[in-house]
Design a binder for this molecule. Structure first.
Ligand code: HEC
Length: 232
């Protein structure tokens, strides 16, 4: 098909040759032929298109005659757990004890490395909204996103460590879950760092009164970008 239309273009270019294009003026013909070739190319291109998300394979649990159970996937044999998916440790995986209450401790030893790891993860994943000191004035907030409570406000200082793990894992209100982006140990490292941020603000009480007032004033001032006001 394609070969024929290429031939046709050639034919149109040479007016002396007989063919479908030769009975009209040359310029109009060329345009007509060009349009039909473009239409043909479009047709061929879209006809053969295979979206990457629609590949010739079976989806998980799709119907199939291959296995007896009529599905493309095998069911887990009863009483088995896939390698690496045993999540019995509720402290580590949910931040909760066996009774389902938030635990106020890390599931691993608190070390300087852990806090430093938490700092880098916090800067990457949280500071864009919560800002580097946890005040809730990150760049996304300045551009109009909801302003979260300061991480060092008393209510949050009183929350158990497991609560912060849960917020990162499950999300909270407008904040989405980060469990797919942040591995479980890193989530705990962030919790350790959030605690460090909270503690660091306790040092405020030891600053001279004037400096303290200045600090509080700066924190209480509205976010300075006009966009933030409009979109609140
Ligand atoms: C895209 C912006 C955004 C990012 C990124 C983000 N948060 Fe949030 N976070 C929010 C908002 C907004 C709220 C308040 C949600 C609401 O009230 O609907 C919030 C609330 C919270 C709260 C408070 C819950 C409470 O009881 O008030 C904690 C704790 C928290 N985030 C921790 C984190 C940590 C830790 C990270 C990084 C892993 C993070 N957030 C990343 C926007 C964000």
């Amino acid at each position: 098909m394609l070969n024929r239309s290429v031939l046709r273009i050639r034919a149109c270019g040479q007016d002396s040759l007989p063919g479908p294009c030769s009975s009209r003026p040359a310029r109009g013909h060329r345009q007509l032929c060009l349009a039909s070739v473009i239409a043909l190319v479009c047709l061929v291109a879209t006809g053969c298109r295979q979206d990457m998300h629609d590949q010739p394979r079976l989806e998980v649990f799709e119907a199939s005659t291959f296995f007896d159970n009529g599905m493309a996937s095998r069911q887990l044999p009863a009483g088995t757990v896939p390698w690496g998916q045993l999540r019995e440790d509720t402290h580590l995986w949910e931040g909760k004890d066996a009774a389902g209450e938030f635990v106020d401790a890390l599931p691993m030893p608190l070390t300087r490395e852990l806090v430093e790891r938490g700092q880098t993860r916090y800067e990457i994943f949280c500071s864009v909204c919560h800002d580097s000191v946890g005040g809730g004035r990150g760049m996304i907030v300045r551009r109009g996103y909801k302003q979260p409570s300061p991480l060092y406000e008393q209510r949050l200082k009183d929350m158990p460590a497991g609560y912060f793990f849960d917020v990162i894992t499950a999300g909270f209100g407008l904040m989405s879950s980060y469990k797919n982006q942040i591995p479980v140990e890193d989530r705990w490292a962030i919790v350790a760092y959030v605690r460090a941020l909270q503690l660091s603000t306790s040092a405020l009480a030891e600053l001279p009164q004037g400096v303290q007032a200045e600090f509080h004033q700066a924190l209480a001032a509205p976010v300075d970008e006009p966009e933030a006001e409009e979109n609140h």
